[in-house]
Write a protein that binds this ligand. Structure first.
Ligand SMILES: Cc1cc2nc3c(=O)[nH]c(=O)nc-3n(C[C@H](O)[C@H](O)[C@H](O)COP(=O)(O)O)c2cc1C
Length: 190
């Protein structure tokens, strides 16, 4: 099974990363490997809406998004993990999502969906916000849902935690790490 994860937080060992790594632990203990893309460390330009992918479904811009396109196309499971920044997913996450416009063209203009393998395609969405305002989660989830739909991942589970602000504060949440671990295990169950 091919599993890819996108870490959208710039904070090293921050709450999103801690949550993601628990999900990864659950997956690895199930005998699978996860390829993690740390979006903050990657050279990915924002979508220019140049129309270069309209007729082909292939982005004409050459940067590190190339490896992500390949990973998304061949993945059985996709994990998207982002902090809430200004009531949305982080910029790092959103830039990657926007660059999936070529998948949108492929699916909706060229009428081709990314083919699923024997295990189907499933997603896991992990969100952490420092405030206690649900609207941040709702806004982020709308973007994430559009991402999953566009890359032909028809179902995903969401785990979201609010009021988690200081670095490492997620460790004090009574259920978050266990939830993520279980969600990781569940994600790769066949
Ligand atoms: C630029 C910025 C904007 C933020 N905006 C929000 C927000 O709109 N809503 C919210 O709940 N938390 C917000 N936060 C708080 C973060 O979501 C919170 O600190 C979170 O734990 C960060 O996760 P991380 O440790 O994985 O980076 C913001 C933090 C930053 C740095």
């Amino acid at each position: 099974m091919k599993i890819v994860a996108f870490l959208g937080s710039p904070r090293k060992e921050g709450n999103t990363e801690l949550l993601l790594m628990k999900a990864v632990q659950g997956i690895e203990e199930s005998g699978q490997n996860v390829r993690i893309f740390n979006l903050n460390l990657m050279n990915i330009a924002p979508c220019q809406n140049c129309g270069g992918c309209d007729d082909t479904g292939i982005c004409i811009f050459e940067d590190e998004m190339a490896q992500i396109y390949d990973a998304i196309r061949t993945a059985d499971r996709i994990i998207l993990a982002s902090p809430i920044f200004f009531f949305a997913v982080s910029a790092q996450t959103k830039i990657m999502i926007d660059r999936c416009q070529c998948f949108w063209c492929e699916k909706y203009l060229l009428k081709k969906t990314v083919p699923a393998g024997a295990y189907g395609r499933k997603g896991l969405l992990l969100l952490v916000g420092g405030m206690k305002k649900e609207i941040g989660i709702q806004c982020a989830e709308v973007s994430a849902k559009a991402f999953f739909r566009t890359v032909s991942v028809p179902e995903h589970k969401t785990l979201s935690y609010l009021g988690v602000d200081a670095k490492g504060a997620i460790l004090k949440n009574p259920s978050a790490l266990k939830d993520a671990y279980e969600a990781g295990k569940e994600l790769v169950k066949v």
